[in-house]
Design a protein around this ligand. Structure first.
Ligand code: GRF
Length: 192
């Protein structure tokens, strides 16, 4: 399936997906990396891997989320996108866009959903005294971080952990989980 990856920043999860997709038997073929931030580091990484990139700056569209999304959608359609992986994409998507890509869009979230939707997940897990943290890959639905979970990975929370130390431990697992979960999502789509 033709894969578009949406990012807003560093793009380390995007890199993990691009790396997995270098295997010719991998079920997703990256055709586009798009960012809502023109200065996202990940755009350079993608370009040097030879992947087409697009930047659709949400700031040029003011408060009108849908007109930003229509521009983004045009870039996705032009590239022939069949599945979208959100990878550190920090814009909330409207029901219009989510419905357009229903069953074709997945996201990685740094918590063990349904716990800690939204931001500051690691800090909240530490403050709650949780013994474990982790990450989840899920289908995107109209509620933020609400869609059906595809796969999760867990890590221990250790005494003395900070938001940063826990985030780093989880990130290692994100990079292993996301390629595996994207392959699972592709297989589900291909089986339908
Ligand atoms: C990851 O922790 C992801 O789960 C979260 O934002 C971070 C993005 O990192 N939503 P990167 O851009 O993939 O390096």
């Amino acid at each position: 399936l033709k894969l578009a990856i949406l990012i807003s920043g560093r793009g380390s999860n995007m890199e993990a997906l691009l790396e997995a997709a270098t295997d010719p038997s991998y079920p997703a073929e990256p055709v586009l990396v798009a960012s809502n931030r023109p200065d996202a580091k990940g755009l350079e990484t993608a370009a040097s891997a030879g992947i087409a990139t697009a930047s659709v700056d949400h700031k040029l569209y003011g408060k009108d989320r849908e007109s930003f999304e229509r521009a983004l959608n045009a870039a996705l359609e032009k590239a022939g996108t069949e599945i979208i992986a959100l990878a550190g994409f920090m814009r909330v998507l409207t029901p219009w866009f989510v419905t357009r890509w229903e069953g074709r869009m997945i996201n990685i979230h740094p918590s063990l959903l349904p716990k800690y939707k939204g931001l500051h997940t690691h800090q909240r897990a530490i403050e709650a005294g949780d013994a474990e943290g982790g990450c989840s890959v899920h289908w995107v639905s109209t509620g933020v971080d609400e869609g059906k979970v595809i796969a999760q990975a867990r890590v221990p929370i250790l005494p003395g952990d900070t938001e940063d130390s826990l985030a780093a431990r989880v990130l290692v697992e994100e990079h292993k989980l996301y390629p595996r979960a994207l392959a699972m999502a592709c297989e589900q789509i291909l089986a339908d």
